[in-house]
Design a protein around this ligand. Structure first.
Ligand code: NCD
Length: 320
């Protein structure tokens, strides 16, 4: 059960729920980075016994391709098994009105962990506070957080630049509704001397309160208002999709969806050799497809692969 005494990871992952990046300090993040490197080096045979005998429930109340499949493959590659609900609102007792609390109490009797995605912010936290026996992982809750995405994004940056301090990054798109953005900025605030340039249509900027909170936590945030203002010496660009499902007015979405597009021309003008171009995916037009073949584009390669490996490392630390 998640409570004040076990909220912080403090480098001890065993049995812990992962709900927010707030639970991590720098040391815990670095422990996960090290464990991830270990998974890359581990033989297939050794990997396949890490979660032997373990059964994990995936409850995804919102659509997902990568997060769902990467968790599922991570568990199976480690020798574990899964019970999978995509769209439980049509296929589980949730359709009859069962509460999340009751669903959790049931699945904790069958399985060793629950991985939950939900359109409502805070539901995975309620699940983690409800369960008496098993850890819960937040696989994305509304516009709030997506901690495992931030951890795989950090690993991708760490893999390339060998550090998580003294970095300059650019984050573009739906900063207001993008949960991956929120978790990533929080993650950077755990390290020192990082500057993040933020570029978004004014309707989709971080809230003033969030900006103050993140700045107070130690990350230098600089808002810019055009592609021309992107500094030429960034270590990474993190493009994101405008979150259609969070709009009540579809016209407003149509107006904003492709305000800032990453093109090969922009890469030529503002890119540099050390840069990597990232995106949590799915992309829906905000990165031109001819950028894909640029070696600096990692959103369809390393970032995706790392999603599975970082989750393997996390599952190993929590469950074995
Ligand atoms: C993201 C999400 O679900 O928040 N996708 C993902 O998990 N990789 C980003 C998005 O949907 O835009």
């Amino acid at each position: 059960m998640l409570n004040k005494s076990n909220f912080y990871i403090q480098s001890k992952f065993t049995g812990k729920s992962i709900i927010s990046i707030d639970q991590f300090d720098q040391k815990s993040i670095m422990k996960l980075m090290k464990e991830t490197k270990g998974i890359f080096k581990m033989s297939m045979k050794k990997r396949s016994s890490v979660l032997k005998g373990k059964l994990v429930t995936l409850l995804f109340f919102e659509p997902s391709s990568r997060t769902f499949s990467s968790f599922s493959s991570a568990i199976k590659r480690l020798g574990g098994q899964t019970i999978e609900y995509q769209n439980p609102l049509q296929t589980s007792s949730s359709v009859k009105g069962e509460t999340i609390e009751d669903t959790v109490r049931v699945f904790e009797q069958y399985t060793d962990m629950l991985i939950i995605r939900h359109p409502k912010a805070g539901i995975p936290k309620i699940a983690a506070e409800t369960t008496l026996k098993v850890p819960v992982i937040n696989a994305g809750d509304g516009i709030n957080e997506h901690p495992t995405q931030a951890l795989l994004d950090l690993f991708t940056i760490f893999q390339k630049h060998k550090k998580l301090n003294n970095l300059k990054g650019l984050i573009v798109g739906d900063l207001l509704n993008g949960r991956t953005v929120h978790s990533l900025i929080k993650a950077f605030s755990k390290f020192k001397h990082n500057t993040l340039y933020l570029l978004a249509p004014k309707q989709l900027h971080l809230t003033h309160d969030d900006v103050l909170k993140y700045k107070k936590a130690g990350v230098n945030l600089i808002s810019i208002s055009s592609l021309q203002e992107i500094p030429g010496d960034c270590h990474f660009w993190y493009w994101t999709r405008v979150q259609k499902e969070r709009f009540s007015d579809s016209k407003e979405y149509e107006k904003l969806k492709t305000t800032y597009i990453l093109t090969t021309k922009l890469l030529k003008e503002k890119g540099n050799k050390k840069l990597i171009c990232m995106h949590p995916l799915p992309r829906v037009g905000e990165i031109a497809t001819d950028v894909d073949s640029d070696p600096r584009a990692v959103y369809l390669t390393d970032e995706v692969k790392n999603g599975m490996i970082v989750r393997m490392a996390l599952l190993k630390l929590i469950l074995s």
